[in-house]
Design a protein around this ligand. Sequence first.
Ligand SMILES: NC(=O)c1ccc[n+]([C@@H]2O[C@H](COP(=O)([O-])OP(=O)(O)OC[C@H]3O[C@@H](n4cnc5c(N)ncnc54)[C@H](OP(=O)(O)O)[C@@H]3O)[C@@H](O)[C@H]2O)c1
Length: 289
Amino acid sequence: MSKVIVVTGTASGLGKATVERFAAEGWGVVATVRKDADLKVHDGLENVRTSLLDVDDESAAESFAQEALKQFGRVDALVNNAGSYQMGPVEATSMAQVHRQFQTNVFGLIALTRAFLPLLREQRSGVVVNVSSLSAEQGYPYNAVYSASKAAVATFSEGLSMEVEEFGVRVRTVLPGQHATAIFSKIDQAADVPEDYRDGMKRFFGGVSTQGSAPEVTAEVVYQAVLDPRPGQVRFYSGPDSAAIPTAKRILGPQQYWEEFREAMAGRPSALWRSLIPAPGEYAFDRDV
Ligand SMILES: NC(=O)c1ccc[n+]([C@@H]2O[C@H](COP(=O)([O-])OP(=O)(O)OC[C@H]3O[C@@H](n4cnc5c(N)ncnc54)[C@H](OP(=O)(O)O)[C@@H]3O)[C@@H](O)[C@H]2O)c1
């Protein structure tokens, strides 16, 4: 029987490309969307069953895991991809926005992981892939809350990987670089930003590319992360801007890396930085800032 994967947040972007990648390899796929209007998004793909799931609803996690298992009679992998993007200076970000960001990106992800762990542990096999971000490697200004949520995803994955390795369960975290997806047109932005922040934001956003990789780039890395037999390989980087980070950190060392990163974020990347960290990709996207 072919293997089965569960993927959250598949209406667009990295999640949709991941569904298509695994379906093309003959996997059974349980894909989730959160809006009725998106239930037909995978129509035409064989062996893909699409269900409604809002990952913010922690109380739905266990019943969803049971329902997902019933779809094909087994589950071999879970990809926690659903995520949202809050942006703006911390001072202008409400605590409701902070909670929303962590509810979707962290608490919902942990709840769903917990719901599938008994099944994976008891069957003594399985893979959990948690989608983090290159912002887990260093905090970005005006993205501090999002960065913190994605750093939580990465370290959660590392810790969990060592808890469940002896049960044959592998845990990965994928750190995508910038990708051209719909996430940039749905930003939960800080409101009423004090005038004092305008210059810094202008410097930062003036230097940030509005190009990104194709979602298929990360879908391929997720596919490889699921197949990779090494239990100790937890972090997987996708996209040229993210894949370059470990080498840049090794070459520069932590302090110089941080200083170069700070200069780049202030809109003054050095020639050395530009030689170490490539542009994020060739696909342009709209950013609603
Ligand atoms: N694009 C990038 O540059 C980038 C870089 C690093 C990491 N990531 C991460 O990659 C993942 C996928 O994002 P993407 O770029 O592919 O954006 P996307 O196209 O907006 O996809 C995100 C998906 O998550 C879903 N989602 C959001 N909140 C949800 C919730 N509460 N419950 C269930 N589903 C929810 C969205 O549903 P709706 O369609 O209903 O909104 C959408 O299907 C996210 O975790 C994101 O943080 C993206």
